[in-house]
Design a protein around this ligand. Structure first.
Ligand SMILES: *[C@@H]1O[C@H](CO)[C@@H](O)[C@H](O)[C@H]1NC(C)=O
Ligand SMILES: *[C@@H]1O[C@H](CO)[C@@H](O)[C@H](O)[C@H]1NC(C)=O
Ligand SMILES: *[C@@H]1O[C@H](CO)[C@@H](O)[C@H](O)[C@H]1NC(C)=O
Ligand SMILES: *[C@@H]1O[C@H](CO)[C@@H](O)[C@H](O)[C@H]1NC(C)=O
Ligand SMILES: *[C@@H]1O[C@H](CO)[C@@H](O)[C@H](O)[C@H]1NC(C)=O
Ligand SMILES: *[C@@H]1O[C@H](CO)[C@@H](O)[C@H](O)[C@H]1NC(C)=O
Ligand SMILES: *[C@@H]1O[C@H](CO)[C@@H](O)[C@H](O)[C@H]1NC(C)=O
Ligand SMILES: *[C@@H]1O[C@H](CO)[C@@H](O)[C@H](O)[C@H]1NC(C)=O
Length: 433
Protein backbone atom coordinates (compact mmCIF):
# COMPACT_ATOMS: atom_id res chain seq x y z
CA UNK A 1 0.00 0.00 0.00
CA UNK A 2 2.81 2.36 0.97
CA UNK A 3 4.61 1.75 -2.32
CA UNK A 4 1.47 2.39 -4.27
CA UNK A 5 0.76 5.70 -2.56
CA UNK A 6 4.31 6.89 -3.19
CA UNK A 7 3.88 5.98 -6.82
CA UNK A 8 0.58 7.80 -6.92
CA UNK A 9 2.09 10.84 -5.22
CA UNK A 10 4.96 10.96 -7.71
CA UNK A 11 2.57 10.65 -10.59
CA UNK A 12 0.52 13.62 -9.40
CA UNK A 13 3.60 15.81 -9.06
CA UNK A 14 5.00 14.96 -12.46
CA UNK A 15 1.64 15.41 -14.14
CA UNK A 16 1.27 18.79 -12.47
CA UNK A 17 4.78 19.91 -13.44
CA UNK A 18 4.14 18.73 -16.99
CA UNK A 19 1.10 20.96 -17.08
CA UNK A 20 2.91 24.07 -15.82
CA UNK A 21 5.80 23.25 -18.15
CA UNK A 22 3.32 23.41 -21.01
CA UNK A 23 2.21 26.89 -19.97
CA UNK A 24 5.72 28.36 -19.71
CA UNK A 25 7.32 26.09 -22.27
CA UNK A 26 8.90 26.75 -25.62
CA UNK A 27 5.98 25.14 -27.43
CA UNK A 28 2.47 26.03 -28.55
CA UNK A 29 0.44 22.87 -29.00
CA UNK A 30 -2.43 22.18 -31.35
CA UNK A 31 -5.55 24.23 -30.47
CA UNK A 32 -3.58 26.16 -27.84
CA UNK A 33 -3.98 29.92 -27.68
CA UNK A 34 -1.53 32.50 -26.37
CA UNK A 35 -3.18 35.71 -25.26
CA UNK A 36 -1.62 39.11 -24.64
CA UNK A 37 0.38 38.79 -21.42
CA UNK A 38 1.27 35.14 -21.95
CA UNK A 39 4.59 34.15 -23.52
CA UNK A 40 6.59 31.12 -24.53
CA UNK A 41 10.32 30.95 -23.83
CA UNK A 42 13.02 28.99 -25.65
CA UNK A 43 14.61 26.07 -23.78
CA UNK A 44 17.76 27.91 -22.65
CA UNK A 45 15.70 31.08 -22.06
CA UNK A 46 17.49 32.99 -24.81
CA UNK A 47 14.37 34.21 -26.62
CA UNK A 48 10.77 34.88 -25.67
CA UNK A 49 7.66 35.15 -27.85
CA UNK A 50 4.66 37.22 -26.91
CA UNK A 51 2.93 40.57 -27.33
CA UNK A 52 4.70 43.91 -26.93
CA UNK A 53 4.49 47.61 -27.75
CA UNK A 54 7.54 49.01 -29.57
CA UNK A 55 9.54 52.07 -28.49
CA UNK A 56 8.13 54.46 -25.87
CA UNK A 57 5.36 56.21 -27.68
CA UNK A 58 3.28 53.41 -29.16
CA UNK A 59 0.30 51.68 -27.59
CA UNK A 60 -0.01 49.31 -30.54
CA UNK A 61 0.42 45.63 -29.80
CA UNK A 62 2.54 43.31 -31.89
CA UNK A 63 3.35 39.63 -31.72
CA UNK A 64 7.12 39.35 -31.59
CA UNK A 65 10.25 37.55 -30.47
CA UNK A 66 12.76 39.31 -28.22
CA UNK A 67 15.92 38.48 -26.28
CA UNK A 68 14.64 37.12 -23.00
CA UNK A 69 17.54 38.11 -20.79
CA UNK A 70 18.37 41.59 -22.07
CA UNK A 71 16.91 44.48 -20.12
CA UNK A 72 16.85 46.59 -23.30
CA UNK A 73 14.05 44.35 -24.59
CA UNK A 74 15.61 44.12 -28.04
CA UNK A 75 13.08 42.76 -30.50
CA UNK A 76 14.36 40.32 -33.11
CA UNK A 77 11.22 39.53 -35.11
CA UNK A 78 7.66 40.82 -35.52
CA UNK A 79 4.76 38.83 -36.99
CA UNK A 80 2.14 41.53 -37.68
CA UNK A 81 4.53 44.30 -38.77
CA UNK A 82 2.03 46.01 -41.04
CA UNK A 83 -1.06 45.31 -38.99
CA UNK A 84 -0.94 46.32 -35.32
CA UNK A 85 -3.57 45.35 -32.78
CA UNK A 86 -5.01 48.46 -31.13
CA UNK A 87 -5.49 47.00 -27.67
CA UNK A 88 -4.51 43.95 -25.66
CA UNK A 89 -6.95 41.66 -27.39
CA UNK A 90 -4.49 39.68 -29.52
CA UNK A 91 -4.69 35.88 -29.53
CA UNK A 92 -2.28 33.51 -31.23
CA UNK A 93 -3.65 30.05 -31.97
CA UNK A 94 -2.09 27.00 -33.56
CA UNK A 95 -4.84 25.43 -35.63
CA UNK A 96 -5.18 21.71 -36.23
CA UNK A 97 -3.98 22.23 -39.83
CA UNK A 98 -0.67 23.64 -38.54
CA UNK A 99 -1.51 27.25 -39.39
CA UNK A 100 -0.63 29.88 -36.78
CA UNK A 101 -3.35 32.50 -36.66
CA UNK A 102 -3.21 35.84 -34.88
CA UNK A 103 -6.67 37.23 -34.14
CA UNK A 104 -7.96 40.39 -32.56
CA UNK A 105 -10.56 38.98 -30.18
CA UNK A 106 -12.18 42.42 -29.86
CA UNK A 107 -13.14 42.41 -33.52
CA UNK A 108 -12.64 38.68 -34.19
CA UNK A 109 -10.64 39.62 -37.29
CA UNK A 110 -7.56 37.78 -38.51
CA UNK A 111 -4.55 40.07 -38.12
CA UNK A 112 -1.86 37.74 -39.44
CA UNK A 113 -1.38 34.06 -40.24
CA UNK A 114 1.33 31.73 -41.51
CA UNK A 115 -0.60 30.85 -44.65
CA UNK A 116 0.62 27.29 -44.97
CA UNK A 117 -1.29 24.40 -46.52
CA UNK A 118 -1.22 20.64 -46.24
CA UNK A 119 -2.11 17.82 -43.91
CA UNK A 120 -0.63 17.64 -40.43
CA UNK A 121 -1.20 15.09 -37.69
CA UNK A 122 0.16 16.74 -34.59
CA UNK A 123 1.54 20.20 -35.35
CA UNK A 124 3.44 22.14 -32.69
CA UNK A 125 5.00 25.61 -32.82
CA UNK A 126 8.31 25.76 -30.98
CA UNK A 127 10.53 28.72 -30.18
CA UNK A 128 14.15 27.63 -30.54
CA UNK A 129 17.17 29.09 -28.77
CA UNK A 130 18.45 30.62 -32.01
CA UNK A 131 15.30 32.78 -32.09
CA UNK A 132 13.53 30.77 -34.80
CA UNK A 133 9.82 30.04 -34.34
CA UNK A 134 9.17 26.75 -36.13
CA UNK A 135 5.94 24.94 -36.86
CA UNK A 136 6.67 21.25 -37.22
CA UNK A 137 4.67 18.05 -37.31
CA UNK A 138 5.62 16.25 -34.13
CA UNK A 139 4.65 12.84 -35.52
CA UNK A 140 6.88 12.98 -38.56
CA UNK A 141 10.58 12.42 -38.78
CA UNK A 142 11.67 16.03 -38.66
CA UNK A 143 14.89 16.57 -40.53
CA UNK A 144 16.23 20.11 -40.30
CA UNK A 145 14.47 21.07 -43.56
CA UNK A 146 11.29 19.19 -42.71
CA UNK A 147 9.27 21.98 -41.19
CA UNK A 148 5.87 23.43 -42.01
CA UNK A 149 6.76 27.07 -41.43
CA UNK A 150 9.56 29.03 -39.77
CA UNK A 151 10.00 32.69 -38.87
CA UNK A 152 13.59 32.58 -40.23
CA UNK A 153 12.05 32.42 -43.72
CA UNK A 154 10.25 35.72 -43.09
CA UNK A 155 12.81 38.05 -41.52
CA UNK A 156 12.25 41.65 -40.58
CA UNK A 157 15.07 44.07 -39.85
CA UNK A 158 17.27 41.68 -37.87
CA UNK A 159 19.51 38.89 -39.12
CA UNK A 160 20.30 36.42 -36.37
CA UNK A 161 23.03 33.78 -36.52
CA UNK A 162 21.83 30.94 -38.76
CA UNK A 163 19.33 33.09 -40.69
CA UNK A 164 19.71 32.98 -44.47
CA UNK A 165 19.80 35.86 -46.91
CA UNK A 166 19.10 34.45 -50.34
CA UNK A 167 16.79 32.38 -52.50
CA UNK A 168 15.56 28.81 -52.06
CA UNK A 169 14.59 27.57 -55.53
CA UNK A 170 12.51 24.65 -54.19
CA UNK A 171 10.32 26.61 -51.78
CA UNK A 172 10.57 29.82 -53.82
CA UNK A 173 11.35 31.71 -50.62
CA UNK A 174 13.41 34.88 -51.06
CA UNK A 175 14.73 36.40 -47.85
CA UNK A 176 15.79 40.00 -47.36
CA UNK A 177 15.92 42.47 -44.49
CA UNK A 178 13.91 45.68 -44.26
CA UNK A 179 14.13 48.49 -41.75
CA UNK A 180 11.36 49.52 -39.40
CA UNK A 181 9.72 52.89 -40.17
CA UNK A 182 10.76 54.16 -36.72
CA UNK A 183 11.58 52.86 -33.25
CA UNK A 184 7.85 53.00 -32.52
CA UNK A 185 6.66 51.48 -35.77
CA UNK A 186 7.90 48.11 -37.07
CA UNK A 187 6.11 48.43 -40.42
CA UNK A 188 8.39 48.25 -43.44
CA UNK A 189 10.64 51.29 -43.88
CA UNK A 190 12.57 52.28 -47.01
CA UNK A 191 15.87 50.48 -46.33
CA UNK A 192 16.40 46.94 -47.59
CA UNK A 193 19.38 44.59 -47.59
CA UNK A 194 18.90 41.94 -50.24
CA UNK A 195 20.61 39.69 -52.73
CA UNK A 196 20.41 40.29 -56.48
CA UNK A 197 20.73 37.19 -58.64
CA UNK A 198 21.64 38.69 -62.03
CA UNK A 199 25.08 37.50 -63.02
CA UNK A 200 27.16 36.54 -60.00
CA UNK A 201 24.85 37.11 -56.97
CA UNK A 202 25.54 40.22 -54.91
CA UNK A 203 24.34 41.88 -51.72
CA UNK A 204 23.02 45.43 -51.89
CA UNK A 205 21.39 47.94 -49.62
CA UNK A 206 18.67 50.11 -51.11
CA UNK A 207 16.82 53.20 -49.97
CA UNK A 208 13.56 52.63 -51.84
CA UNK A 209 14.51 52.09 -55.48
CA UNK A 210 17.96 53.66 -55.11
CA UNK A 211 21.00 51.47 -54.48
CA UNK A 212 22.99 52.92 -51.57
CA UNK A 213 25.69 50.35 -50.94
CA UNK A 214 27.00 47.21 -52.62
CA UNK A 215 28.65 44.61 -50.45
CA UNK A 216 29.08 42.80 -53.73
CA UNK A 217 29.82 39.25 -54.73
CA UNK A 218 31.38 36.36 -52.82
CA UNK A 219 35.06 35.77 -53.59
CA UNK A 220 35.43 32.40 -51.85
CA UNK A 221 36.12 33.86 -48.43
CA UNK A 222 34.19 37.13 -48.12
CA UNK A 223 32.25 39.75 -50.08
CA UNK A 224 34.28 41.95 -52.39
CA UNK A 225 33.65 45.18 -50.49
CA UNK A 226 35.38 43.51 -47.50
CA UNK A 227 37.46 41.02 -49.47
CA UNK A 228 39.69 39.62 -46.74
CA UNK A 229 38.62 36.82 -44.44
CA UNK A 230 39.63 38.45 -41.19
CA UNK A 231 39.48 35.97 -38.36
CA UNK A 232 37.33 37.17 -35.47
CA UNK A 233 35.99 35.58 -32.32
CA UNK A 234 32.35 36.51 -32.92
CA UNK A 235 31.04 35.02 -36.15
CA UNK A 236 31.83 32.90 -39.19
CA UNK A 237 30.54 33.88 -42.64
CA UNK A 238 29.26 31.26 -45.07
CA UNK A 239 28.08 31.40 -48.68
CA UNK A 240 26.31 28.49 -50.35
CA UNK A 241 25.41 28.20 -54.01
CA UNK A 242 24.00 24.93 -55.36
CA UNK A 243 21.09 23.67 -57.45
CA UNK A 244 18.67 23.97 -54.50
CA UNK A 245 19.51 27.40 -53.12
CA UNK A 246 21.85 30.37 -52.94
CA UNK A 247 22.32 32.06 -49.60
CA UNK A 248 24.70 33.63 -47.17
CA UNK A 249 24.49 33.36 -43.40
CA UNK A 250 26.67 33.87 -40.40
CA UNK A 251 27.04 31.60 -37.41
CA UNK A 252 28.13 32.38 -33.89
CA UNK A 253 31.52 31.02 -32.95
CA UNK A 254 30.65 31.21 -29.26
CA UNK A 255 26.96 31.05 -28.32
CA UNK A 256 27.55 33.08 -25.16
CA UNK A 257 28.38 36.09 -27.36
CA UNK A 258 25.15 37.48 -28.81
CA UNK A 259 25.48 38.94 -32.29
CA UNK A 260 22.97 40.28 -34.81
CA UNK A 261 22.89 42.25 -38.03
CA UNK A 262 20.25 44.97 -38.09
CA UNK A 263 19.02 47.60 -40.56
CA UNK A 264 18.03 50.57 -38.38
CA UNK A 265 15.16 52.96 -39.21
CA UNK A 266 17.79 55.51 -40.31
CA UNK A 267 19.36 53.04 -42.73
CA UNK A 268 22.46 52.01 -40.82
CA UNK A 269 23.16 48.33 -41.38
CA UNK A 270 25.38 47.17 -38.59
CA UNK A 271 26.58 44.09 -36.87
CA UNK A 272 25.98 44.46 -33.15
CA UNK A 273 27.35 42.39 -30.30
CA UNK A 274 26.06 42.38 -26.74
CA UNK A 275 28.50 43.61 -24.12
CA UNK A 276 27.74 42.40 -20.61
CA UNK A 277 29.88 45.06 -18.96
CA UNK A 278 27.93 47.97 -20.43
CA UNK A 279 24.64 46.04 -20.75
CA UNK A 280 24.33 47.43 -24.27
CA UNK A 281 24.77 46.61 -27.94
CA UNK A 282 28.13 47.50 -29.46
CA UNK A 283 28.31 48.42 -33.16
CA UNK A 284 30.94 45.91 -34.27
CA UNK A 285 30.96 46.83 -37.97
CA UNK A 286 28.77 48.69 -40.46
CA UNK A 287 28.05 48.68 -44.19
CA UNK A 288 28.66 52.37 -44.72
CA UNK A 289 32.04 53.12 -43.24
CA UNK A 290 33.07 56.00 -45.50
CA UNK A 291 32.20 58.11 -48.55
CA UNK A 292 33.64 55.48 -50.88
CA UNK A 293 30.88 53.04 -49.92
CA UNK A 294 28.31 55.15 -51.76
CA UNK A 295 27.20 53.14 -54.76
CA UNK A 296 28.77 54.16 -58.09
CA UNK A 297 30.09 57.42 -56.59
CA UNK A 298 32.86 57.59 -59.21
CA UNK A 299 30.85 56.43 -62.22
CA UNK A 300 32.03 53.93 -64.83
CA UNK A 301 35.76 53.14 -64.91
CA UNK A 302 36.23 55.36 -61.88
CA UNK A 303 37.59 54.10 -58.58
CA UNK A 304 37.10 55.60 -55.17
CA UNK A 305 40.10 55.89 -52.89
CA UNK A 306 39.51 57.06 -49.35
CA UNK A 307 43.24 57.60 -48.79
CA UNK A 308 43.30 60.39 -51.41
CA UNK A 309 42.19 63.99 -50.85
CA UNK A 310 39.67 63.70 -53.67
CA UNK A 311 37.65 60.51 -53.40
CA UNK A 312 37.39 59.67 -57.09
CA UNK A 313 39.96 58.97 -59.75
CA UNK A 314 39.87 57.36 -63.17
CA UNK A 315 41.57 54.00 -63.68
CA UNK A 316 44.85 54.19 -65.57
CA UNK A 317 44.07 54.53 -69.28
CA UNK A 318 40.84 56.43 -68.61
CA UNK A 319 39.99 60.16 -68.26
CA UNK A 320 36.92 61.95 -66.88
CA UNK A 321 33.98 62.09 -69.29
CA UNK A 322 33.23 65.58 -68.04
CA UNK A 323 36.18 67.42 -66.51
CA UNK A 324 33.86 70.29 -65.54
CA UNK A 325 31.70 67.97 -63.45
CA UNK A 326 34.73 66.29 -61.88
CA UNK A 327 36.13 69.70 -60.94
CA UNK A 328 33.12 70.29 -58.69
CA UNK A 329 33.26 66.78 -57.15
CA UNK A 330 30.36 65.47 -59.24
CA UNK A 331 31.96 62.24 -60.34
CA UNK A 332 28.98 60.13 -61.28
CA UNK A 333 29.40 60.63 -65.05
CA UNK A 334 32.57 58.58 -64.69
CA UNK A 335 35.48 57.99 -67.03
CA UNK A 336 36.12 57.12 -70.66
CA UNK A 337 38.94 55.35 -72.45
CA UNK A 338 41.90 57.35 -73.66
CA UNK A 339 42.14 54.93 -76.57
CA UNK A 340 38.89 53.39 -77.84
CA UNK A 341 38.53 49.65 -78.30
CA UNK A 342 38.14 48.36 -81.86
CA UNK A 343 37.99 44.62 -81.23
CA UNK A 344 41.40 44.25 -82.84
CA UNK A 345 43.31 41.03 -82.38
CA UNK A 346 46.06 42.74 -80.42
CA UNK A 347 43.76 44.02 -77.72
CA UNK A 348 44.66 42.68 -74.31
CA UNK A 349 44.23 43.20 -70.61
CA UNK A 350 45.77 45.40 -67.97
CA UNK A 351 45.93 44.15 -64.43
CA UNK A 352 44.61 46.42 -61.67
CA UNK A 353 45.33 45.41 -58.09
CA UNK A 354 43.77 46.12 -54.68
CA UNK A 355 40.27 46.64 -56.05
CA UNK A 356 36.70 46.15 -54.89
CA UNK A 357 35.46 44.26 -57.96
CA UNK A 358 32.85 46.08 -60.07
CA UNK A 359 29.11 45.39 -60.08
CA UNK A 360 28.50 41.86 -61.43
CA UNK A 361 24.91 42.17 -62.58
CA UNK A 362 26.28 42.01 -66.16
CA UNK A 363 28.66 39.14 -65.52
CA UNK A 364 29.15 35.46 -66.26
CA UNK A 365 31.01 32.96 -64.17
CA UNK A 366 32.30 29.41 -64.10
CA UNK A 367 33.60 27.73 -60.98
CA UNK A 368 36.01 25.36 -62.77
CA UNK A 369 37.88 27.43 -65.38
CA UNK A 370 41.45 28.55 -64.81
CA UNK A 371 42.58 32.16 -65.12
CA UNK A 372 44.22 31.33 -68.48
CA UNK A 373 40.97 29.86 -69.81
CA UNK A 374 39.19 32.93 -68.45
CA UNK A 375 41.59 35.21 -70.31
CA UNK A 376 41.04 33.27 -73.53
CA UNK A 377 37.25 33.40 -73.25
CA UNK A 378 37.23 37.13 -72.54
CA UNK A 379 39.70 37.83 -75.35
CA UNK A 380 37.48 35.97 -77.82
CA UNK A 381 34.38 37.97 -76.98
CA UNK A 382 34.57 41.62 -78.03
CA UNK A 383 31.89 42.63 -75.55
CA UNK A 384 33.82 41.14 -72.62
CA UNK A 385 35.33 44.06 -70.73
CA UNK A 386 37.20 42.36 -67.88
CA UNK A 387 37.90 39.12 -66.06
CA UNK A 388 39.04 38.00 -62.64
CA UNK A 389 39.55 34.94 -60.49
CA UNK A 390 36.19 33.84 -59.10
CA UNK A 391 37.44 32.19 -55.92
CA UNK A 392 40.54 33.85 -54.49
CA UNK A 393 40.68 31.40 -51.58
CA UNK A 394 41.46 28.53 -53.95
CA UNK A 395 42.67 30.65 -56.89
CA UNK A 396 40.06 29.00 -59.10
CA UNK A 397 37.17 29.82 -61.39
CA UNK A 398 36.42 32.58 -63.85
CA UNK A 399 34.40 35.76 -63.59
CA UNK A 400 33.75 37.80 -66.77
CA UNK A 401 32.18 41.23 -67.14
CA UNK A 402 30.21 42.59 -70.06
CA UNK A 403 29.25 46.27 -70.36
CA UNK A 404 31.04 49.12 -68.59
CA UNK A 405 32.56 48.57 -65.17
CA UNK A 406 31.05 50.47 -62.26
CA UNK A 407 31.33 50.87 -58.47
CA UNK A 408 34.98 50.09 -57.91
CA UNK A 409 37.13 51.29 -55.08
CA UNK A 410 40.72 50.91 -54.04
CA UNK A 411 41.17 48.65 -51.02
CA UNK A 412 44.80 48.83 -49.90
CA UNK A 413 46.33 45.44 -48.95
CA UNK A 414 43.19 43.33 -49.26
CA UNK A 415 41.69 44.37 -52.61
CA UNK A 416 41.36 41.93 -55.50
CA UNK A 417 42.94 41.74 -58.93
CA UNK A 418 40.98 42.45 -62.09
CA UNK A 419 42.13 42.35 -65.71
CA UNK A 420 40.50 45.06 -67.82
CA UNK A 421 40.39 45.04 -71.62
CA UNK A 422 42.58 47.70 -73.22
CA UNK A 423 43.47 48.82 -76.73
CA UNK A 424 46.75 47.42 -78.10
CA UNK A 425 48.47 50.82 -77.97
CA UNK A 426 47.66 51.16 -74.26
CA UNK A 427 49.28 47.90 -73.35
CA UNK A 428 52.83 48.64 -74.45
CA UNK A 429 52.88 51.55 -72.01
CA UNK A 430 52.82 49.75 -68.73
CA UNK A 431 52.01 46.13 -68.44
CA UNK A 432 51.09 43.53 -70.98
CA UNK A 433 49.38 40.33 -69.89
C1 LIG B 1 -8.87 20.97 -31.84
O1 LIG B 1 -9.99 21.73 -32.18
C2 LIG B 1 -10.78 21.13 -33.16
C3 LIG B 1 -11.87 22.11 -33.58
O2 LIG B 1 -12.42 22.73 -32.46
C4 LIG B 1 -11.34 19.82 -32.65
O3 LIG B 1 -12.11 19.18 -33.63
C5 LIG B 1 -10.18 18.92 -32.23
O4 LIG B 1 -10.68 17.73 -31.61
C6 LIG B 1 -9.27 19.62 -31.29
N1 LIG B 1 -8.07 18.80 -31.10
C7 LIG B 1 -7.50 18.65 -29.92
C8 LIG B 1 -6.30 17.73 -29.87
O5 LIG B 1 -7.89 19.22 -28.92
C1 LIG C 1 12.60 56.13 -24.92
O1 LIG C 1 12.67 57.34 -24.18
C2 LIG C 1 13.93 57.61 -23.62
C3 LIG C 1 13.82 58.85 -22.75
O2 LIG C 1 13.03 59.84 -23.37
C4 LIG C 1 14.94 57.78 -24.74
O3 LIG C 1 16.22 58.03 -24.20
C5 LIG C 1 14.98 56.51 -25.56
O4 LIG C 1 15.85 56.65 -26.66
C6 LIG C 1 13.60 56.17 -26.06
N1 LIG C 1 13.64 54.89 -26.69
C7 LIG C 1 13.05 54.64 -27.86
C8 LIG C 1 13.21 53.27 -28.37
O5 LIG C 1 12.40 55.48 -28.44
C1 LIG D 1 -10.28 47.32 -28.81
O1 LIG D 1 -10.20 48.11 -29.98
C2 LIG D 1 -11.36 48.09 -30.77
C3 LIG D 1 -11.11 48.96 -32.00
O2 LIG D 1 -9.83 48.81 -32.51
C4 LIG D 1 -12.54 48.57 -30.03
O3 LIG D 1 -13.70 48.42 -30.82
C5 LIG D 1 -12.72 47.77 -28.76
O4 LIG D 1 -13.76 48.32 -28.00
C6 LIG D 1 -11.43 47.76 -27.96
N1 LIG D 1 -11.60 46.87 -26.84
C7 LIG D 1 -11.22 47.20 -25.62
C8 LIG D 1 -11.45 46.16 -24.56
O5 LIG D 1 -10.72 48.27 -25.36
C1 LIG E 1 12.26 40.63 -50.53
O1 LIG E 1 11.54 39.56 -49.94
C2 LIG E 1 10.18 39.52 -50.28
C3 LIG E 1 9.53 38.43 -49.46
O2 LIG E 1 10.09 37.19 -49.74
C4 LIG E 1 10.03 39.31 -51.76
O3 LIG E 1 8.68 39.31 -52.12
C5 LIG E 1 10.76 40.43 -52.50
O4 LIG E 1 10.73 40.18 -53.88
C6 LIG E 1 12.19 40.53 -52.03
N1 LIG E 1 12.81 41.69 -52.66
C7 LIG E 1 14.05 41.66 -53.11
C8 LIG E 1 14.54 42.90 -53.76
O5 LIG E 1 14.77 40.69 -53.00
C1 LIG F 1 32.81 31.73 -24.90
O1 LIG F 1 32.89 33.00 -24.32
C2 LIG F 1 32.86 32.98 -22.90
C3 LIG F 1 32.79 34.39 -22.39
O2 LIG F 1 33.76 35.20 -22.99
C4 LIG F 1 34.09 32.22 -22.40
O3 LIG F 1 34.07 32.15 -21.00
C5 LIG F 1 34.10 30.82 -22.99
O4 LIG F 1 35.29 30.16 -22.64
C6 LIG F 1 33.98 30.87 -24.49
N1 LIG F 1 33.79 29.52 -25.00
C7 LIG F 1 34.50 29.06 -26.00
C8 LIG F 1 34.18 27.67 -26.44
O5 LIG F 1 35.38 29.71 -26.56
C1 LIG G 1 27.02 37.52 -20.42
O1 LIG G 1 26.18 37.26 -19.32
C2 LIG G 1 25.32 36.14 -19.49
C3 LIG G 1 24.38 36.08 -18.32
O2 LIG G 1 25.04 36.31 -17.11
C4 LIG G 1 26.18 34.87 -19.62
O3 LIG G 1 25.36 33.74 -19.81
C5 LIG G 1 27.10 35.03 -20.82
O4 LIG G 1 27.98 33.92 -20.90
C6 LIG G 1 27.92 36.30 -20.71
N1 LIG G 1 28.61 36.49 -21.95
C7 LIG G 1 29.89 36.77 -22.04
C8 LIG G 1 30.45 36.92 -23.41
O5 LIG G 1 30.58 36.92 -21.05
C1 LIG H 1 33.74 21.30 -61.69
O1 LIG H 1 34.66 20.40 -61.12
C2 LIG H 1 34.10 19.57 -60.16
C3 LIG H 1 35.23 18.78 -59.51
O2 LIG H 1 36.32 18.70 -60.32
C4 LIG H 1 33.05 18.67 -60.82
O3 LIG H 1 32.47 17.83 -59.87
C5 LIG H 1 31.98 19.55 -61.44
O4 LIG H 1 31.04 18.76 -62.13
C6 LIG H 1 32.59 20.56 -62.37
N1 LIG H 1 31.55 21.52 -62.75
C7 LIG H 1 31.36 21.89 -64.01
C8 LIG H 1 30.28 22.89 -64.24
O5 LIG H 1 32.03 21.47 -64.93
C1 LIG I 1 28.69 39.04 -76.02
O1 LIG I 1 28.97 38.65 -77.34
C2 LIG I 1 28.75 37.27 -77.59
C3 LIG I 1 29.22 36.99 -79.00
O2 LIG I 1 30.54 37.37 -79.13
C4 LIG I 1 27.29 36.96 -77.41
O3 LIG I 1 27.06 35.58 -77.59
C5 LIG I 1 26.84 37.35 -76.01
O4 LIG I 1 25.44 37.21 -75.88
C6 LIG I 1 27.21 38.80 -75.68
N1 LIG I 1 26.94 39.01 -74.27
C7 LIG I 1 26.40 40.12 -73.78
C8 LIG I 1 26.15 40.15 -72.32
O5 LIG I 1 26.12 41.06 -74.48
Amino acid sequence: MAAFSIFFFCFTISSHSLYTFAMTSDTIFMNQTITDGQTIVSAQETFELGFFSPGNASENRYLGIWYKRLATGTVAWVANRENPIRNKSGELTLQTDGVLVLRDSATNSIIWSTNTKGKTRNPVARLLDDGNLMVIDDEKDNGPENYIWQSFDHPGETKLPGMKLGWNFESGIVTNFTSWKSDDDPSQGPFMVYMNFNGLPQIYQNNGDVIQYRLGSWNGQAFTARPAARPNSIYRLEYVSNEREIYTKFDSINDSILSRLTVTPSGITGRYTWVNRTQGWFLFSAFNTDTCERYALCGVYGACDSTQSTSCGCLEGFTPKSQAQWDISDWTSGCQREVALDCGVREGFRKYRFMKLPDTRQSWYDTNMTLEQCNAKCRNECNCTAYATLNIKYGSGCLLWYEELIDMRVIPRDGQEIYIRMAASELGKVFCF
